[in-house]
Design a binder for this molecule. Structure first.
Ligand SMILES: O=C(O)c1ccccc1NCC(=O)[C@H](O)[C@H](O)COP(=O)(O)O
Length: 225
């Protein structure tokens, strides 16, 4: 099966259209004012419309958002999925799902094996998980830091858990990340930027090409005797 790709932190029509033409599955929009990728709800609503028309699913990325903020995002942007990238509890995930009737992807920051225990109570509640690196000390950003974690830690994961691998992926390391984890979905932001918050269309091309090259090589190896 083809690796599903989420391109996150999109903020221009060009980047959304390129993500679609490259066959990405999801376009992510960041609602976090301290992020260089932050978009207003109005901008996200416009870009989400472009994304939908181009066949992308849209993801609203929020960090400990309150009910009022989520209501507004859902009403105006009409996302296909909500990514909760803060310290949202299981009860909050359940409440968000019930209120909005949308799939929820819960993000977890991973540095050591014990960090994976935190997701246990969310299994069966969140629809999907996103594994990212822990932010560096002093960072204002819970995500989008361009940092990887030790992908081998995911070997301990229950194979039934549907997740996206993220954190510091680039065209140069995504093949190794996929080989080590067997992830079915990857998420990228900094690795397709020429400066914080500025997506680079050539880097977007390069990333998708690297994923597809990895898949072609894997199939070729599997087919050889
Ligand atoms: O990207 C941000 O600025 C951001 C800010 C606040 C919360 C989440 C954020 N990003 C969420 C994502 O899904 C990123 O794509 C993910 O963290 C990977 O980012 P990167 O390491 O830059 O590829």
């Amino acid at each position: 099966m083809k690796t599903r790709i989420k391109m996150c932190g999109l903020s221009t029509r060009e980047a959304v259209e390129r993500a679609a033409s490259l066959g990405a599955v999801w376009a992510g929009f960041i609602f976090f004012p301290k992020s260089p990728r932050h978009v207003t709800v109005a901008t996200a609503a416009d870009l989400a419309e472009v994304a939908r028309r181009a066949g992308l699913k849209t993801v609203a990325v929020t960090v400990d958002a309150d009910t009022e903020q989520l209501d507004r995002i859902v009403a105006e942007m009409k996302p296909d999925m909500l990514q909760l990238h803060g310290a949202e509890t299981v009860a909050q995930v359940r409440a968000v799902k019930a209120r909005h009737g949308l799939p929820v992807m819960k993000a977890f920051a991973i540095r050591e094996a014990a960090d994976l225990y935190a997701l246990r109570p969310y299994v069966g509640v969140a629809d999907m998980f996103l594994f990212d690196a822990k932010p560096p000390r002093g960072s204002d950003l819970p995500g989008g830091n361009g940092l990887s974690f030790d992908w081998r830690l995911l070997a301990a994961l229950d194979p039934g858990v549907d997740y996206m691998l993220s954190g510091g992926l680039t065209k140069d390391n995504v093949g190794e990340a996929l080989a080590l984890t067997g992830a079915g979905a990857v998420d990228i932001s900094s690795g397709i930027e020429r400066a914080p918050g500025i997506k680079d269309l050539d880097m977007m091309d390069g990333f998708v090409q690297a994923v597809r090259t990895y898949e072609d090589n894997r199939h070729a190896t599997a087919g050889s005797v």
